[in-house]
Design a protein around this ligand. Structure first.
Ligand SMILES: [Zn+2]
Length: 110
């Protein structure tokens, strides 16, 4: 699961930077085979969100038990840092799927 997406047509592995660019656009064309595909974030991105929330709660509880005085700032900073990490990890929780227009073709004639 924890890997960069590949083209659903030719299997070309997308680099981190290319994946980020592909996430912004809904429809994409493979730079290798020039066939179109769509990016799919759900439900894969939920794994990313759940991991970040779980780590965030865990670290916050750990910090709370270690801090002698209640101080919100370190808790806040850790949560912000984890949100940034979660955002940076989004390309690893993305899948590329074939565009629907190609799936429709065989069914158009009845
Ligand atoms: Zn391709």
């Amino acid at each position: 699961m924890f890997k960069l997406p590949v083209c659903p047509h030719c299997g070309t592995v997308y680099r981190y930077k290319d994946t980020k660019a592909a996430i912004i656009k809904k429809e994409n064309e493979c730079y290798h085979c020039h066939k179109s595909f769509r990016r799919k974030l759900f439900p894969y991105i939920l794994v990313d969100v759940i991991i970040i929330i779980a780590v965030s709660i865990g670290l916050n509880l750990l910090l709370l038990s270690r801090l002698s005085t209640f101080n919100v700032v370190p808790l806040f900073l850790i949560t912000i840092a984890l949100l940034v990490i979660g955002y940076l990890l989004i390309p690893f929780f993305t899948k590329f799927i074939k565009s629907e227009e190609e799936n429709k073709l065989p069914r158009s004639k009845r």
